[in-house]
Design a protein around this ligand. Structure first.
Ligand code: REL
Length: 949
């Protein structure tokens, strides 16, 4: 819960549900003494100071419109008049009226005075002679006051997404504010913003159609959204655009409204990359073209001198390339020295340490820093993620003392290797939290900026990121999921909030497993652990729930629902199902099945389904969001997107008018008939009492004429779901084991299937029934698989503990190693550990695969380690980043996880405790899989093993 300051006794402290979502200070049951913003027969007067910031006065006008949208009543705004009920709005630095109230002792602003962007919302009785009551919104500065204004707008029922996602405002005839309301608040991260990037084709075509380009008619909506989300910072679109040059009003409007502008990490000195293409002379090469580039930058400083800005220092090549001079520290130091000189010569009346400046340590630039290059102490160091949401580096203890502090540049969208992701939201909330929480802990709190691509459809993660930036301490692993529920409630009402949150979390979890652009037909196994089948069911169930919600929503909520929930969910499903269908089509094609054509149809269906979803989105509100979903996303073969969605090549069968049986056991692409003379056999994987209970044998047709088949088991302990049937296309015979009839030890049997063709298909069936009674997580099917969170946690203490992060990870949750800043645990006897009771039937040397989040070594010179011990053995250190190669990194960001391996020795069968010890903070465990000999290929690993008490 947000901490608020209680100013004087008698005033009630209202906290909102959590975060800054709809508040507790609006009351539906007005009582005596409550402030009447809009009452049945009266309404308040809005009073501002004519000399107050223009941006604040603009925000007040938008509040006036919001009140009108909610209540249908138009409140007057006056600089001079009085009324019995007044909404008084002002900033401490510019409002005489507010300062008079303070001087008269009517208002105590000591909780916000002098603070950055703080605001106070308070009811005051008899603030002025003749005025019964006022609701005062006061900001410590311009933006503080603006945030107070938008806090009220949100509280009365206007979602920050009312424009950008068509979320309907809540209609209320009356608006009463609880008597004795007092709220004060201020941000914890100084600059909080977004980067509009990779904006072609979606955002660019949309802005062109709706506004004629990236002009101030467009940007006014971006600025307003940022302010409603209590953000203050923007890197504008830059692909073929130049913010200040495309429309000279852009920077002026930003400054007026209160948005601090900068340019992206490789666009120094407030000049867009594309401005150099338009006006620069000679090459973008400092070693040979210094004078021209210097002048170009001088113009940037001059143009933005009076506008609130953060100057990006340093230099990179154009369009996100390294400088052609290579990693030349001397040259880059010269660049920064010259840029500082330009600032000194421009800001002649200010010490330039007061001019906000940033050095973005993005990609190769971080290498310059690590090799010793430094910038003046007042410059903020902007650390970056790896473009895939894993922060590369955070401030060390020494760096935390720097005057300029540090920030983080994060991504929800990226164009580049190993594969771009530019389409829908793929970053789960819990992942953002886990990484940005580290940023907060390590005091990277000066700037949080996130690349949001086209802005839509990143509404949910943008909202989360910016609200978390406002106060990271509000957000904890154990209350995180509540944010999604509250957010859903704000957009669609309380009734469906839980379900809507589940739907958003569900599709983002799936996209977090692997981004849709990187999903291939063979990503999820169609052979083992029913992996693809289970995901298919999971997504279908979410879609079914989503359709039910959609049916129950009011007509005016439908468009928002499509944008924020159902489109991304269904689009996610379409890409998954498309790939699954291609995999099935290939397999069935190879096996000559008549059902090949069914799967070819499925591929076409899902491809068209995807196109229709895009079309539906583009048709919302008569084309309001036309182009917004036009980013190609099907048919990637390398980092860059294909020119359009590409329909996969499918196999088509031309079956004969015959009956022709084929038989395929689960888990294999081989099928009967086979060449037994060449030693080929068909078998099901061995059954274990605590393993997969059923396996199937599929009987299929290669021709168009149906046939009868008969199946029999050659052992009484083998049970079949059916012993005969008529096959038109295919049927699954489910095979299970009657363990009461199975002798202890290894047993062999087979299933014989006779249909068409010569002889019969013989499928070997084996079972292993151990004599002993296991306890714990039991080895079966050739592995033990554990969700990390299934551990008993031992030895957690303040400053060093394992913590579960619900909703994090690919399957269930994650368990994260947490310590105080800079701490690592060297004495393992004092380390908290995760303990898993295991039961092995087999003996030998087994590989333990730890599936962990792709966290990077954000603390320099330290690995990312944990330690493992089986039974009483001495814990052994495992370094997650032992393979820190580019290749391993690429694999990790495609998979959304890393794998760390360790060998376990099991001397004799029986129960063992597996312990995982905390060593380095930031290690995040998702799953542990021990291969005892028959672990099969799959993307997510097998489901958790059975636990026996
Ligand atoms: O994600 C990033 O930060 C970069 O890909 C972009 O900033 C990059 O500069 C790109 O848009 C092209 O110029």
């Amino acid at each position: 819960m947000r901490k608020r300051h209680l100013l004087w006794l008698g005033l009630v402290l209202f906290t909102r549900t959590v975060w800054s979502l709809p508040a507790g200070y609006l009351t539906e049951q007005p009582a005596e003494g409550d402030f009447a913003l809009v009452a049945q027969s009266s309404q308040a007067l809005i009073r501002t100071d004519s000399d107050d910031h223009k941006g604040l006065l603009r925000a007040v006008r938008s509040l006036q419109q919001d009140i009108h949208k909610v209540s249908g009543r138009q409140l007057s705004i006056s600089h001079t008049e009085q009324a019995p009920q007044m909404l008084i709005i002002g900033s401490l630095d510019n409002s005489d009226l507010v300062n008079q109230l303070v001087a008269a002792g009517k208002l105590d602003v000591s909780a916000i005075r002098g603070k950055w962007e703080a605001y106070q919302i308070q009811t005051v009785r008899q603030p002025l002679p003749g005025v019964e009551q006022a609701l005062v919104i006061v900001g410590s500065d311009k933006r503080g006051a603006i945030y107070g204004v938008y806090d009220l707008a949100e509280t009365i029922g206007v979602s920050p997404w009312y424009w950008w996602a068509d979320v309907p405002v809540i209609k209320r005839e009356q608006l009463h504010i609880k008597a004795d309301t007092l709220i004060t608040d201020a941000p914890k991260v100084k600059y909080r913003g977004i980067f509009l990037n990779d904006e072609h084709p979606a955002l660019s075509n949309w802005t062109a159609e709706k506004f004629g380009g990236y002009n101030s008619q467009f940007y006014v909506h971006v600025f307003e959204l940022l302010l409603r989300l209590k953000a203050n910072f923007l890197w504008p679109a830059m692909w073929n655009n130049a913010f200040a040059d495309d429309d000279p009003l852009n920077p002026i409007l930003a400054d007026e409204m209160g948005i601090v502008m900068s340019n992206s990490h490789h666009e120094p000195m407030m000049r867009a990359d594309k401005e150099w293409n338009r006006y620069g002379e000679g090459p973008w090469e400092y070693s040979t073209n210094r004078d021209n580039i210097y002048q170009f930058w001088q113009e940037g400083a001059r143009r933005h001198k009076e506008l609130e800005s953060i100057f990006t220092l340093g230099m990179r090549g154009q369009e996100d390339e390294p400088m052609s001079e290579g990693e030349n520290i001397g040259l880059l130091e010269q660049v920064v020295a010259d840029q500082r000189e330009i600032l000194r010569n421009t800001f002649t009346d200010t010490d330039i340490s007061e001019v906000p400046q940033v050095w973005a340590l993005y990609k190769e630039v971080q290498g310059f820093y690590e090799r010793g290059m430094r910038v003046p102490d007042d410059v903020t160091l902007l650390w970056a993620d790896d473009n895939f949401g894993n922060i590369r580096r955070l401030p060390t203890a020494d760096e935390r003392g720097r005057e300029g502090g540090a920030g983080v540049y994060y991504h929800f969208d990226y164009v580049g290797g190993p594969r771009s992701y530019r389409w829908i939201n793929t970053v789960p909330m819990a992942k953002i939290w886990e990484q940005m929480n580290l940023a907060w802990q390590y005091q990277a709190d000066r700037i949080w900026i996130v690349n949001v691509g086209d802005l839509k459809p990143m509404e949910f993660p943008i909202d989360f990121f910016l609200r978390m930036a406002w106060n990271p301490e509000d957000f904890r692993a154990d209350n995180l999921q509540q944010f999604a529920i509250d957010w859903a409630a704000q957009q669609f009402g309380k009734k469906h909030a839980q379900t809507v949150a589940e739907l958003i979390q569900g599709y983002t979890r799936h996209n977090g497993r692997r981004k849709p652009e990187a999903v291939e037909p063979d990503t999820y196994s169609i052979f083992h652990y029913d992996e693809a089948g289970r995901i298919s069911t999971e997504l279908a169930q979410l879609v079914e729930k989503s359709d039910l919600v959609e049916q129950q929503l009011a007509a005016q909520q439908q468009d928002a629902y499509v944008q924020l929930v159902s489109h991304p969910l269904k689009a996610t499903q379409a890409v998954f199902e498309l790939n699954r269908a291609v995999a099935m089509n290939r397999l069935h094609g190879e096996q000559g099945r008549v059902s090949t054509n069914y799967w070819a149809e499925q591929v076409r269906y899902w491809f068209h389904q995807d196109a229709q979803l895009t079309e539906k989105y583009h048709g919302l509100g008569e084309g309001r969001w036309n182009h917004m979903m036009s980013q190609p996303h099907i048919g990637y073969t390398y980092w860059r997107n294909p020119p359009a969605n590409l329909m996969p090549v499918v196999s088509v069968a031309e079956p004969m008018e015959v009956a022709d049986m084929g038989v395929a056991p689960e888990g294999s692409d081989h099928s009967w008939p086979i060449s037994e003379y060449q030693g080929q056999t068909l078998s099901l994987d061995t059954f274990y009492p605590h393993g997969q209970a059923e396996r199937y044998i599929e009987v299929f047709n290669k021709g168009t004429q149906p046939f009868e088949f008969k199946a029999r088991a050659v052992a009484d302990w083998i049970t079949l779901s059916q012993t005969q049937g008529n096959i038109e296309q295919q049927q699954k015979i489910r095979v299970s084991i009657d363990w009461d009839k199975t002798p202890a030890g290894h047993s062999q049997g087979e299933v014989v299937i006779q249909g068409t063709g010569w002889g019969a298909a013989h499928i070997k069936v084996s079972a292993y029934k151990p004599a002993d009674k296991p306890q714990g997580f039991v080895e079966a099917d050739g592995y033990i698989s554990l969700e990390a969170a299934s551990a008993k946690v031992v030895g957690n203490r303040d400053g060093a503990y394992w913590q579960e992060i619900p909703g994090h990870g690919r399957t269930h949750s994650s368990v994260s190693a947490v310590t105080g800043q800079d701490m690592e645990i060297t004495d393992l006897s004092a380390a908290p550990y995760l303990q898993y009771p295991l039961y092995f039937h087999s003996t030998g040397e087994f590989e333990l695969h730890a599936i962990v989040a792709p966290t990077l070594d954000f603390v320099p010179d330290r690995g990312l380690r944990f330690a493992v011990a089986l039974g009483e053995e001495k814990p052994q250190i495992v370094d997650i980043l032992a393979d820190n190669s580019q290749r391993a990194w690429e694999q990790s960001v495609l998979d959304g996880v890393r794998r760390a391996s360790h060998k376990l020795q099991v001397e004799k069968p029986g129960q063992y405790q597996l312990r995982v010890y905390l060593v380095d903070p930031g290690a995040v465990l998702q799953k542990l899989v021990i291969d005892t000999g028959d672990l099969r290929d799959s993307y997510l690993g097998p489901p958790q093993s059975q636990f026996v008490r």
